[in-house]
Write a protein that binds this ligand. Structure first.
Ligand code: ASP
Length: 309
């Protein structure tokens, strides 16, 4: 097996209460296990990140697939993107609600369509035409999310039209988007991200996740997946900014921290990123209190709970 194989996954940034550590840990380690078995047997980074993200979409805890947060209207609108860095093949979907695994639909877009990104009903129709089952969005809603929306709508009465994430510590502290980045035995890089967006968002709002170079990016040098307040990640062009900073940094961690700091200084923007590079290592970095992540290399497995030891 190639020595450089790496898989990093995240389950969101923010501040995670100790009582949730085990649930989140179980989710990211399950994703690592699923993705690693592909890399270990010589499979592609592209397949590995898809499988890892699918695992977290199915896991109830994260804000993606089952467990996605809801719009202020109580609907589900999910975004996802997958990128094969070497060939720059991309597939993305925005605002889908009747799809169990938006990352699989993204992969279908990448594999079966000339188009790169599909939105809403058209995305769902494309999935159905290509053999994907359409589900009732209610199947994706958990009691926990329903309760969080109820509290949000209650709270909103004190703020007006929309509570900006920075106005509300409760929401600022919870971004449960999932993502994965990997490099395989052939040195190919890939990235995948999937999200329900931000709690109480307006119908039709799109975040950073399905925007290439913002929340998701990969080429033959670097793969990035981000989580945090999408509006700031887009304005900071975060993933691409990390790529640019990499040129003047000796490690990928240094590059990530420079970009995150810039975003903080400019917009007070909160985010976390996972990054794998061809030559400058991997990292899981954040400007929030915590980042839920796990990593596996040939020599070790590590997860975010070890940062608390
Ligand atoms: N970045 C996501 C979005 O703004 C939210 C998250 O990371 O949880 O859609």
């Amino acid at each position: 097996m190639d020595d450089n194989i790496v898989l990093v996954v995240h389950g969101g940034a923010g501040s995670i209460k100790a009582e949730y550590h085990n649930d989140a840990r179980e989710g990211v380690l399950g994703a690592i296990e699923a993705g690693w078995s592909i890399l270990e047997s010589g499979g592609s980074s592209l397949d590995a990140v898809q499988v890892a993200v699918r695992h977290m979409e199915d896991y109830y805890y994260f804000n993606a697939g089952r467990g996605s947060v809801m719009t202020e209207d109580g609907t589900i609108e999910m975004d996802a993107m997958i990128v094969d860095g070497t060939t720059k093949r991309i597939g993305g979907v925005l605002g889908v609600s009747r799809i169990k695994n938006p990352i699989d639909l993204s992969r279908l877009v990448m594999d079966k369509s000339f188009h790169v990104v599909f939105a809403g009903e058209g995305a769902e129709r494309f999935g159905e035409e290509n053999g994907m089952e359409l589900i009732d969005p209610e199947e994706l809603v958990t009691d926990r999310v329903r309760e969080r929306l109820r509290r949000y709508l209650e709270e909103k009465k004190n703020y007006g039209d929309y509570i900006k994430p920075n106005q509300d510590p409760e929401r600022r502290d919870k971004y449960g988007t999932v993502g994965a980045v990997a490099i395989d035995a052939d040195g190919r890089l890939a990235s995948a991200t999937s999200t329900g967006g931000v709690l109480g968002k307006k119908v039709g709002r799109v975040g950073d996740t399905p925007l290439f170079g913002c929340g998701t990016y990969a080429d033959d040098e670097i793969a990035v997946s981000a989580t945090g307040v999408g509006e700031f990640i887009i304005r900071g062009n975060l993933a691409l900014d990390i790529k640019m900073e990499l040129r003047n940094s000796s490690t990928s961690e240094e590059a990530s921290m420079k970009s995150l700091q810039k975003m903080k200084d400019q917009f007070d923007g909160s985010a976390g990123v996972i990054v794998v590079t061809r030559d400058k290592g991997w990292n899981a970095s954040k400007n929030t209190k915590d980042l839920i992540y796990a990593v596996r290399t040939k020599d070790m497995t590590r997860d975010f709970t070890q940062d608390f030891e």
